[in-house]
Design a protein around this ligand. Structure first.
Ligand code: RFL
Ligand code: PHB
Length: 390
């Protein structure tokens, strides 16, 4: 098989790029290791910045997001028994975020790809990129015991943190930066009314907690847990009890609990791989960078990579101009590092760090007091949360 752009990974990054390219007449194929049901079973992001929402509309995939997604003009930070609001709208001159689940967004992208006859090969085993530094790179994969080959002009590594693309780059051609946090997030989804119409990020000495949602009938809650915990360590009852202890009483009094319909633990990690290009292979999204979810930046950073890559590929195919492709890594990384800084800062501000000294804890408390005493500090938080310009 031959195509112009061979994409590894059918998560949101790969699907969005595939759809945008196809709409502009650029042929592409996605190789996805898992089944569609498996990809759609992942419960991940919930908060989209408006730049991402615009990109979904440009991809002609925004109708359900616009109808069912909720615009949020602010969120709360709870601490010391109270909750204080970050007025995203007022502090950013009118910006907001959209609460719409990654699962739904991925479903919309799959539907759009199907409608256009997009080529997505699921259950592609042992995907490998080859000859990335040549003018004729190609992909191989195994399907039904047969090895198949796809020749392409460019390979896009959109296969997430554990994918094969980044790992195929020789170690002396890529530099990795990493911070691993000494805790994870235990998340549950429950068919209950959210405790608050806006998200609540809670700092508590027992650990961080987050009250989020997917809709007015579907709640998503998280608590910080030690790294060695597993989902089996937490019954639903234990989860709800712990969550209540970490929220101000006025909030926990209104918490509606119910059986969990999904429960999972995610470790927290900051990670960047530089550069995001090796020859004619380009990395995008979680394949190149990971943030702790505290600032809701992961999927949004993936979207900005796709925006840059889409325009760079358009310039190449429509104008013969390669400056976008040549500048992709540098441009994407500049924004990625800002998302890294913000995510690290939000994580440091709101979590309990077992190794913190009294001095560290004092600084953390002062950081929070300063935040709510300074309109500029709150505006800086808000500007980053709604998303820096692409
Ligand atoms: P994905 O979603 O990991 O998709 C990669 C796809 O590649 C496939 N794959 C392969 N295919 C072929 N061959 C191989 N060798 C392959 N290896 C892997 C995988 O099966 C998969 O389908 O990466 P992508 O597309 O870059 O998207 C990134 C986002 O998924 C991620 O950044 C966000 O979910 C992060 N995130 C959040 N981001 C936000 O912007 N806002 C949020 O509110 C938010 N909340 C979260 C989050 C991530 C979380 N977890 C579980 C890590 C909350 C959580 C709990
Ligand atoms: C979510 O709803 O899953 C979510 C929301 C905000 C975050 C992280 C996760 O910062």
């Amino acid at each position: 098989m031959k195509t112009q752009v061979g994409i590894i990974g059918g998560g949101p990054s790969g699907l969005l790029l595939s759809q945008l390219l196809h709409l502009r007449g650029i042929d592409n194929v996605i190789l996805e290791r898992r089944s569609r049901d498996y990809v759609l079973g992942r419960i991940r992001a919930g908060v989209l910045e408006h730049g991402f929402a615009d990109l979904m509309r440009e991809a002609e995939c925004g109708a359900r997001m616009d109808a069912e997604g909720e615009i949020h003009d602010g969120f709360y930070i709870a601490h010391n028994g109270i909750k204080e609001r970050i007025d995203l709208n007022g502090l950013t001159g009118g910006n907001s975020v959209v609460v719409y689940g990654q699962t739904e967004l991925t479903r919309d992208l799959y539907e759009a790809r199907d409608k256009m006859g997009g080529n997505i090969i699921h259950n592609a085993e042992d995907v490998k990129p080859h000859d990335m530094t040549s003018d004729a790179p190609y992909l191989t994969y195994r399907s039904g015991g047969e090895i198949k080959r796809i020749d392409c002009d460019y390979i896009i590594g959109a296969d997430g943190f554990h994918g094969v693309s980044r790992k195929s780059i020789p170690s002396d051609k890529i530099k990795e930066f990493e911070r691993i946090y000494p805790f994870g997030w235990l998340g549950i989804l429950s068919r209950t009314k959210p405790v608050s119409p806006e998200l609540i990020y809670a700092k508590h000495e027992r650990g961080f907690a987050l009250c989020s949602m997917r809709s007015q009938q579907l709640s998503r809650y998280y608590i910080q847990v030690p790294l060695d915990n597993t989902v089996d360590d937490w019954s639903d009852g234990q989860f709800w009890d712990e969550l209540k202890m970490r929220l101000p009483t006025e909030v926990s009094a209104g918490l509606i609990t119910g059986p969990s319909i999904e429960k999972s633990i995610a470790p927290l990690r900051s990670f960047v791989a530089e550069p995001m290009r090796y020859g004619n292979m380009f990395l995008a999204g979680d394949a190149a960078h990971i943030v702790p979810p505290t600032g809701a930046r992961g999927l949004n950073s993936a979207a900005s990579d796709i925006y840059y890559l889409f325009h760079a590929l358009l310039d190449h195919y429509k104008k013969g101009d390669d400056s976008g492709l040549d500048g992709y890594s540098e441009k994407a990384l500049a924004r990625v590092w800002k998302a890294q800084r913000f995510s690290w800062w939000m994580t440091t501000l709101l979590h309990s760090f077992p190794s913190n000294s009294d001095f560290d804890n004092h600084l953390q408390q002062t950081d929070l007091e300063y935040l709510f005493s300074s309109k500029s500090a709150m505006a800086s938080l808000a500007e980053n949360y709604v998303g820096l310009p692409f």
